[in-house]
Design a protein around this ligand. Structure first.
Ligand code: URA
Length: 203
């Protein structure tokens, strides 16, 4: 793992990564190579949450190192953020076989890890990328979720479950959207531009 800062949050994240590493709460544990807890500064200001690790992530144990990761790095650079400045993780920490969408039970089994990460990292902004991460986070934090289209690029408020601390949630398209739907590039870039604008007002 590659955490940039030290202190209590760092130790708590390392302990949590250990728990994730030995988790057997769902069937994804049977097919995974490595768990992918996430990486970035602890605590962090911006936390990006994808859907689930792909092949390269499963092999390396690191988030967003494949094709979607290269797109994500470009999108972050466009809004003057480097990967080192943000914490990157996914809703499920083990690769769904064949990169299928994680199932409801798999998301439910893994969600306590994401919740704990949010509590430890205490981000100013949580950025769910794509419908799966957005719906999981909105439902867990009690935010109405009419559809992904209606919420993307907008700012919502959520209360962190352990401390009640308020944080912003800004859903964006998942970077991988353009690998199967190239015309979605404009919408994806628009979401990150909007994220950059909102970030300027918050941090
Ligand atoms: N897509 C995700 O949602 N997460 C990763 O770690 C990689 C690709």
């Amino acid at each position: 793992m590659h955490f940039k800062t030290s202190g209590t949050a760092l130790y708590a994240m390392e302990a949590l990564a250990g728990q994730i590493g030995s988790c057997r709460k769902c069937a994804l544990a049977l097919s995974r190579t490595k768990t992918v807890p996430g990486e970035g500064p602890a605590p962090c200001r911006v936390m990006l949450v994808g859907e689930g690790p792909g092949k390269k992530e499963d092999e390396s144990g690191r988030p967003f190192v494949g094709r979607a990761g290269a797109i994500l790095s470009d999108l972050l650079a466009q809004i003057d953020l480097s990967r080192d400045e943000v914490f990157i993780t996914s809703v499920v920490k083990c690769r769904p076989p064949g990169n299928r969408t994680p199932g409801k039970e798999e998301i439910a089994a893994c969600m306590p890890f994401l919740e704990r990460q949010i509590a430890i990292l205490s981000p100013v902004i949580v950025v769910p990328m794509g419908r799966v991460a957005t719906s999981a986070i909105f439902s867990r934090y009690g935010i109405a979720f009419p559809s992904f289209r209606e919420v993307r690029g907008k700012r919502f408020l959520m209360s962190e479950n352990e401390t009640g601390r308020e944080m912003s949630v800004i859903p964006v398209y998942h970077p991988a959207v353009i690998t199967h739907n190239p015309p979605a590039r404009a919408a994806l870039e628009e979401d990150f531009t909007r994220l950059g604008e909102i970030l300027c007002t918050l941090i």
